[in-house]
Design a protein. Structure first.
Length: 293
């Protein structure tokens, strides 16, 4: 995969945490250069007040979109429109979409139909439709989510009512003691997913099935080149070994203890350990009756 991609980074500020920015930008830097960096949202809202410094520190352009209704998706629409403008007017190799909102799935599919690579960055609980539509989807979960911002008018009204009730129940001569406000929990910066143990990897049925399908599809006389396996995984699914805590596919496959690895010149080959005998028989048959290529 090229490391010199020209990338457009688009951030859905309503469905992304600024505490994950360092992690996301680090992954993008490993892929290429984010020539465009934009974040979409209603920047006058309470929920986005803490984002300003993070955007400035990372040279990200805030794109203002007023929320026309309380639960509207005007900023999502603005992000989609600009993505299409960049697709037709810009000179990019890939898009990076930072969101956990599956409503962007049609956008991803449209970009990929135009031969764009699309890298998704969001929570591991993001719906599969969005994750699998992306070329690669990176997990950027935060350790502790911040408390959801509430409407200050509602808070003020509730506080006023509570104060009135409390005052009525106390003798007039005694002053009311107001308890200090409890601070909201702060989101800790996102980090790379923790490395899964071999047992955890083998217990992941979907991962085991995916690796098995990839090696079977790229099987050549019982062995599969890891390069071909990697291409299959990316084409078949939004796969990256980093989501399991491994920097490379080789490290991940080695950790599963399900495959035997062999170096063949500049290439590495793999075959399922449990199918070693079957692979040997297949190799003998290939000598007797050369397989059609």
């Amino acid at each position: 995969m090229s490391k010199n991609l020209k990338i457009a980074l688009l951030i859905d500020a309503d469905n992304a945490s600024v505490s994950t920015l360092d992690h996301v930008l680090g992954e993008i830097a490993d892929l290429g250069m984010a020539n465009v960096r934009r974040a979409y949202g209603d920047w006058g809202s309470q929920g986005l007040k803490g984002c300003r410094e993070a955007l400035l520190a990372n040279a990200i352009q805030p794109v203002q979109q007023i929320a026309y209704t309380a639960k509207g998706n005007a900023s999502d629409m603005a992000m989609v429109i600009e993505a299409m403008d960049l697709l037709h007017d810009g000179d990019f190799d890939a898009f990076a979409l930072m969101s956990s909102d599956s409503d962007f799935t049609p956008l991803v599919m449209r970009l990929r139909a135009a031969n764009m690579l699309v890298y998704g960055f969001g929570k591991s609980q993001t719906p599969n439709a969005f994750k699998r539509a992306c070329s690669v989807f990176f997990y950027v979960d935060v350790q502790d989510e911040p408390a959801v911002a509430t409407d200050p008018k509602v808070d003020a009204s509730a506080a006023s009512e509570a104060t009135a009730v409390a005052t009525a129940s106390l003798p007039p001569a005694k002053p009311q003691v107001v308890a200090p406000a409890v601070p909201h929990p702060v989101a800790k910066p996102a980090q790379a997913p923790a490395r899964r143990s071999g047992a955890e990897l083998r217990a992941n049925a979907s991962l085991v099935a995916l690796l098995r399908n990839a090696t079977e599809a790229t099987d050549r006389d019982g062995w599969s080149h890891l390069g071909a396996v990697g291409h299959y995984l990316v084409n078949r699914n939004s796969f990256t070994s980093k989501n399991y805590g491994y920097a490379s596919l080789k490290g991940l496959i080695t950790a599963t203890d399900l495959y035997e690895l062999h170096k063949d010149g500049n290439h590495i080959r793999a075959k399922p350990v449990k199918q070693a005998a079957k692979a040997a028989k297949k190799a003998v048959k290939a000598v007797v009756e050369p397989a059609k290529r």
